[in-house]
Ligand binder design. Structure first.
Ligand SMILES: Cc1cc2nc3c(=O)[nH]c(=O)nc-3n(C[C@H](O)[C@H](O)[C@H](O)COP(=O)(O)OP(=O)(O)OC[C@H]3O[C@@H](n4cnc5c(N)ncnc54)[C@H](O)[C@@H]3O)c2cc1C
Ligand code: SF4
Length: 561
């Protein structure tokens, strides 16, 4: 393949999502020359369709079979639909493989500036010291090489910029943050919160979410139109495309190179230094090289690890920066296949298709295996719940004709809650390169090996049972619960495949997400998570990334990189 060479930069950042956006903003605003390589296309307000009704679409958003032809995996999650499908990877062009007995749905693979933050659920929660030091508490796995006090100032910084709505609850295991005013609870949510506290001592709170309730930086407050996953013209939720990346570009120091599919890190073997990235231009299919003093991978956990595995050299024959041998191992995610729903007829009101639609609901803080409480016997670690309430038409009613029309109009006021539980890091959940399959750009693909263990299965069962218990405590009617084993496994919160640690023999990255082996190579997405607590990961991804960028700049200043 003919190769073309691009200019040199101070830093190359691969990926423009939650982590890459912050890396570019922090470094470019500090004066470093940054090249941002993004596999996807540029994002823009003209692509946003949050106010477009279904009847204006060619197929009324009903032709899932058509989308399935090119995106059979992505379409399994509703955010990939007729409005947005071309933001997502074409599964046929960019496949991955799994063992036959371990199916895994790798969803949420975006190919747009902003990455997954285009469509994310925006739930934004801090980790606590109990999470960073969980191995000391229950003896399983490894502690993180940093503690809460190390990251707390960066949580503050990120929250103030991103704009997180929420309420202070004073929980040690779910620390409060720099919140914008909370979105008020609905009547049934308030009843649920009060009764669950009163009868079970558990905390139900307004979801801590990256939706603005007050203007900041030219972004307007949320006006409750609902489908944030289709974009937001008022920039009221956080999407790195119109926040961090836009700021980085506005600094004049960041060059966005779109449709650039990073293949491997280029190395200078004599000096043991990364010198750039080899990427494939998705439009021309030509390979190109770009050079810099430092390389930062922010392509999402499995994608960054794939780049490292594909960058093997004679010196690092099992993958770049893999002298420990742990690269690709300890893949974690969240289990989320237990939960329940219940009806609250006392709060029934006239349903409407016209909104307003509150884009967030409630969060139930973890209540199992908290520090300073006796260990729960059935499993290690814990889970929280995301929940939402709604008043809807009675869509499930059987029948037809006049009687059906009447029954359809009977309102159903409900609360639905879904558990999000920690998956323990295990050696045998891992990714590797499948040497027999390449994507359309000629890049070897990943083979993902992931399944639930005993701990996850026991946790899923408890998610269903505890959901029923709380809905009952709140006086809900027609309670339904579920607890399915999560096969095929799927996740949107994958982490841990290039984990951080103090010991270079057991980890790939140090606490600043710098590879132990190659000093000018960093991985600043969730690959570095030493464990994956039940709280949604992205706030921590962003705070860690800013912290690591500050470290990188101090190291560059003293010529240590
Ligand atoms: C539907 C959905 C709901 C979610 N809800 C929540 C939530 O409520 N709360 C929460 O905390 N998290 C949530 N998440 C997860 C959250 O979006 C991710 O944790 C976060 O975006 C990860 O950031 P990242 O920087 O690692 O990767 P991403 O944001 O995915 O960005 C990675 C970028 O890298 C690019 N890229 C990939 N490979 C290459 C390559 N080889 N070369 C160049 N570029 C490449 C991609 O195109 C992409 O733009 C959700 C995710 C999804 C999909
Ligand atoms: S609900 Fe709010 S944040 Fe979501 S798209 Fe509408 S205005 Fe934007």
């Amino acid at each position: 393949m003919p190769q073309q060479k691009d200019h040199s930069f101070d830093v190359i950042v691969v990926g423009s999502g939650a982590s890459g956006g912050w890396a570019c903003k922090r470094l470019a605003e500090a004066g470093l020359k940054v090249a941002l390589l993004e596999a996807g296309s540029p994002q823009s307000d003209v692509n946003f369709t949050e106010h477009k009704p279904e009847f204006q679409l060619k197929y009324r958003d009903k032709a899932h079979e058509l989308i399935r032809k090119t995106r059979p995996i992505q379409v399994k999650f509703g955010v990939c639909n007729e409005y947005t499908y071309d933001w997502f990877v074409n599964d046929l062009e960019e496949p991955y493989t799994t063992p036959a007995d371990k199916p895994f749905n790798w969803m949420g693979r975006l190919r747009m500036t902003g990455g997954r933050t285009n469509v994310w659920g925006r739930v934004s929660l801090r980790f606590s010291d109990g999470d960073f030091k969980s191995a000391s508490l229950d003896g399983y796995g490894e502690n993180w090489p940093l503690g809460y006090k190390d990251i707390a100032p960066y949580y503050d910084l990120v929250e103030k910029y991103v704009g997180i709505t929420g309420s202070a609850e004073g929980l040690e295991h779910l620390p409060d943050g720099q919140f914008q005013p909370a979105v008020p609870l609905t009547c049934q949510e308030t009843l649920f919160r009060n009764r669950v506290k009163e009868k079970l001592g558990r905390t139900v709170m307004p979801t801590r979410s990256a939706n603005l309730t007050k203007s900041i930086n030219g972004r307007g407050p949320c006006h409750f139109c609902g489908p944030c996953e289709r974009g937001c013209m008022t920039h009221s939720y956080f999407n790195s495309a119109f926040t961090t990346v836009a700021d980085a570009l506005a600094s004049g120091n960041c060059t966005l190179i779109s449709n650039a599919m990073a293949y491997k890190v280029l190395m200078d073997p004599d000096r043991n230094r990364a010198r750039g990235i080899l990427y494939i231009d998705r439009n021309t299919r030509q390979s190109r090289e770009v050079y810099a003093r430092t390389v930062i991978l922010c392509a999402q956990s499995q994608e960054s690890t794939r780049i490292l595995l594909n960058s093997a050299t004679p010196q690092y024959s099992t993958g770049l920066a893999n002298s420990s041998g742990v690269l690709g191992h300890y893949l974690t995610a969240h289990v989320r296949s237990g939960g329940g729903s219940g009806e609250f007829p006392a709060f029934d009101s006239k349903p409407s298709l016209g909104g307003p639609v509150k884009p967030l609901g409630v969060y139930i803080a973890r209540f199992r295996n908290l520090p300073n409480t006796p260990p729960y016997k059935k499993f290690l670690r814990g889970f929280g719940y995301e929940g939402e309430s709604s008043t809807e038409f009675n869509w499930d009613v059987p029948g037809f004709g006049e009687a059906y029309k009447k029954a359809l109009l009977e309102p159903r006021t409900r609360i639905d809650i879904t558990g999000f539980g920690e998956v323990l890091p295990r050696w045998d959940n891992f990714v590797e390169i499948d040497p027999s399959v390449k994507d359309v750009y000629g890049i070897p693909v990943l083979k993902i090996h992931m399944s639930d263990g005993e701990n996850e299965r026991a946790m899923i069962q408890d998610m269903g049972d505890s959901a029923g218990e709380m809905l009952e405590a709140a006086g809900a009617k027609n309670i339904r619960t579920y607890a399915h084993p999560s096969a095929p496994r799927w996740a949107l919160h994958e982490a841990g495949v290039a984990r951080m640690g103090a010991d270079p023999k057991k980890s790939v990255l140090n606490q600043f997400q710098q590879t132990h082996d190659v000093k000018n190579l960093f991985v600043m997405d969730a690959s570095g998570f030493t464990s994956n607590p039940c709280q949604n990961p992205t706030l921590t991804i962003m705070a860690l990334c800013v912290r690591s960028c500050d470290y990188l700049m101090s190291e560059l200043k003293r010529d240590a990189i």
